[in-house]
Design a protein around this ligand. Structure first.
Ligand code: NAP
Length: 254
C-alpha cells in the first residue's frame, strides 16, 4: 500500500452541490490543492457560490453526466446534494459507474425524534398533506419546490417559510422568505406569533434549521416529518471532515 505518498494536487473532483456542506467541502478541497468543480442545479436566483469552478444546470440525465465526467477527465464525484434530491443522486451513481469514476456520497445524518416530541413520520409529501387535520394552522418548511401538493388543501391555514418565494402562491397564505440558520428563540417566537398548531418538515437533517424541532417540542406542536427518499447504494460519509478524509485516502491508495 502506498499510504500517504501520492500527491493529490490538481486531482479533478466534481462536487454535486446545492448544500452548505458542499460549499464547505469545496472550500477545504480547493485549499488542499485539488481541482474542484461544483455543479449547481440553478434552481435559486441567489445561490451562494463555493470556491473553485462552478457550473450550473442539469447534465441531461445519466448519459449526460457520464459524458461530462469523461470529457472533463473527472477523477472523483462527490454527491453532496440535499438528501431529498433523489434523481441527481441516482444519476450520479449510475453515471460514475458508466464512466468508471469513484463516487462518494456526503449525506448529513437524518434528524431523530427529540425527546418528548409529538412526531409523525410520513413516507411522502402527499402523506403529509393527508395528515393535516381540518382547521390546522401549519408552519410549512418543505422548500418552494414541494409546495404544490399543499395548494389543494383549503381547509387548513398555511404559514410557509422558504428561501425564495415563487410567484402565484395563494393570497390567503402567510409567506415568509428566510434563510437559516434559525435560533430556538426565533422559532419559538414565530410559532407563537402565528398560533401554529402543526409543523411540517422534510427530514433534511443538519444543525442549521433544526431549532424548529426543539421549538415545536417545547410548545407541544405536532411535527409531521417527511421521510427521506431511498437512494441507490454508495460509499457514504456523514460530515464534511469525513468526506475530506475519505477523498484523500482514496486518492492516496488508489
Ligand atoms: P433532483 O430532483 O434530484 O434532480 C432533478 C434534476 O435536476 C436532475 O436530474 C439534474 O438534471 C438536475 N440537478 C439536480 N441537482 C443538480 C446539481 N447539483 N447539478 C446539476 N444538475 C442538477 O434535485 P432537486 O431536488 O430538484 O434539487 C436540485 C438542487 O437543489 C440539488 O442540487 C440539491 O442539492 C438542492 N436542494 C434540494 C433540496 C430539496 O429539498 N430537494 C433542498 C435544498 C437544496 P439532469 O438530469 O438534466 O442532469
Amino acid at each position: 500500500m502506498n499510504w500517504g505518498n501520492r500527491d493529490t494536487t490538481g486531482r479533478r473532483i466534481l462536487i454535486l452541490g446545492g448544500t452548505t456542506e458542499a460549499r464547505e467541502l469545496a472550500g477545504l478541497l480547493v485549499k488542499a490543492g485539488y481541482a474542484v468543480t461544483t455543479s449547481l442545479a440553478g434552481r435559486t436566483d441567489t445561490p451562494r457560490f463555493p470556491e473553485g469552478v462552478v457550473r450550473m444546470g442539469g447534465f441531461g440525465g445519466r448519459e449526460g453526466l457520464a459524458e461530462y465526467l469523461k470529457s472533463n477527465r473527472i477523477e472523483m464525484v462527490v454527491d453532496a446534494t440535499h438528501p431529498f434530491a433523489a434523481q441527481i443522486s441516482a444519476n450520479a451513481v449510475a453515471a460514475a459507474a458508466d464512466a468508471k469514476v469513484r463516487l462518494i456520497r456526503l449525506e448529513r445524518p437524518a434528524w431523530k425524534k427529540p425527546e418528548g416530541a409529538i412526531w409523525l413520520e410520513v413516507g411522502s409529501t402527499l402523506d403529509a398533506v393527508h395528515a393535516l387535520p381540518r382547521g390546522a394552522r401549519v408552519l410549512l418548511t418543505v422548500g418552494r419546490q414541494d409546495l404544490g401538493q399543499f395548494l389543494a388543501q383549503t381547509n387548513v391555514e398555511f404559514v410557509a417559510r422558504m428561501i425564495e418565494v415563487p410567484a402565484g402562491l395563494p393570497t390567503d397564505w402567510t409567506v415568509i422568505a428566510a434563510r437559516g440558520p434559525f435560533t430556538l428563540e426565533g422559532e419559538t417566537e414565530l410559532m407563537e406569533e402565528h398560533g401554529i398548531t402543526h409543523l411540517v418538515t422534510k427530514n433534511s437533517g443538519g444543525a442549521q434549521v433544526a431549532a424548529k424541532l426543539a421549538a415545536a417540542t417545547q410548545l407541544s406542536i405536532p411535527i409531521i416529518v417527511i421521510r427521506r427518499p431511498r437512494l441507490p447504494r454508495a460509499e457514504t460519509v456523514d460530515s464534511v471532515a469525513w468526506a475530506q478524509e475519505a477523498i484523500a485516502r482514496i486518492f492516496r491508495t488508489g
